[in-house]
Write a protein that binds this ligand. Structure first.
Ligand SMILES: *[C@@H]1O[C@H](CO)[C@@H](O)[C@H](O)[C@H]1NC(C)=O
Ligand SMILES: *[C@@H]1O[C@H](CO)[C@@H](O)[C@H](O)[C@H]1NC(C)=O
Ligand SMILES: *[C@@H]1O[C@H](CO)[C@@H](O)[C@H](O)[C@H]1NC(C)=O
Ligand SMILES: *[C@@H]1O[C@H](CO)[C@@H](O)[C@H](O)[C@H]1NC(C)=O
Ligand SMILES: *[C@@H]1O[C@H](CO)[C@@H](O)[C@H](O)[C@H]1NC(C)=O
Length: 248
């Protein structure tokens, strides 16, 4: 009983501390043990640990994802200022509960830990996401994702059971799900631009059809799928630039 109420008090003060520390109008932040029990470098993932950054999550050149078993989010940070994010989530629809949208996305770039405790993450330009929306006119499409992200604050606590636990607070102060460290060395793609193109949005179906067409034409089975897709994307970029919708 006493232990429980003590624990409650400790947890409550921890929560207060957490909230107080995400105030990015104060500073400079003291990056001490109380602020971050360890360094931020490594790979972090939420709850089920199904989503992890790095080569197993997607192929940024072919614009494909390997769907994880569960939803979640993962961040990696390198010691030399690079980050990578993998996300997979479902968004509900208040007006129509059967219209659940699936969003899976990947992005990488450079980050800075700022004196006021915030983090800027600036993408390279090759990030992409796939949206599956059964109720939309285009139910499955891929688009570029190149958002610069601002996090108001971060803390790393040492959880007695789960080890280091990273808390990130988004631009509006809302917390990202707690992230557990899966490795101290980051699991990341090469930290540079991995694809050059100007596409904005392309339907997944058109990519697959293009691949099938190519496979039919070239039965020698040495189909360069990469070329096929970048061909489609190149065309998509041009069409989009010309104001023609690529959505099928
Ligand atoms: C915190 O620092 C970053 C980087 O210098 C800056 O962009 C941001 O505006 C600062 N936040 C506030 C509330 O001043
Ligand atoms: C907390 O983070 C800062 C900034 O990266 C780092 O210099 C420091 O070593 C970290 N503290 C611990 C205890 O790892
Ligand atoms: C919710 O679903 C309806 C179709 O039933 C759609 O018109 C609307 O745009 C959806 N809202 C969101 C936020 O996705
Ligand atoms: C992506 O965003 C970064 C940071 O704002 C910017 O420097 C870069 O030019 C953008 N790339 C593309 C392809 O839009
Ligand atoms: C992107 O284009 C630049 C300039 O032409 C080139 O140096 C770079 O190697 C290209 N990157 C990729 C991943 O194709």
């Amino acid at each position: 009983m006493i232990l429980t109420s003590l624990l409650t008090v400790v947890l409550a003060s921890l929560a207060q501390l957490t909230v107080a520390q995400v105030d990015d109008t104060q500073g400079p932040i003291l990056y001490d043990l109380a602020h971050n029990a360890t360094v931020i470098t490594g790979t972090w993932t939420s709850g089920s640990k199904a989503v992890v950054t790095g080569e197993g999550f997607c192929d940024p050149v072919k614009l494909t994802f390997t769907y994880p078993k569960n939803t979640g989010v993962s961040f990696s940070f390198s010691g030399d200022g690079h980050y990578e994010i993998a996300r997979y989530r479902f968004n509900g629809n208040g007006s129509d509960p059967t219209c659940i949208t699936g969003v899976i996305g990947w992005v990488h770039g450079t980050y800075t830990l700022n004196a006021n405790g915030s983090i800027w993450m600036r993408p390279f330009g090759d990030g992409f996401q796939q949206i599956q929306d059964p109720c939309a006119a285009v139910s499955n499409f891929i688009e570029t994702y190149n958002e610069t992200e601002y996090y108001k604050g971060w803390r790393i606590f040492s959880d007695p059971n789960d080890g280091p636990k990273l808390h990130l607070y988004q631009f509006d102060g809302s917390p990202v799900a707690p992230l557990f460290q899966v490795s101290t060395t980051p699991s990341m793609f090469p930290t540079k631009l991995l694809r050059n193109d100007t596409f904005i949005s392309v339907s997944r179906r058109s990519l697959e059809e293009e691949e099938e067409d190519l496979a039919r034409r070239d039965s020698s089975a040495t189909v360069d799928r990469r070329l096929s897709i970048s061909g489609v994307l190149g065309a998509a970029g041009l069409l989009t630039a010309a104001g023609v919708s690529m959505m099928l």
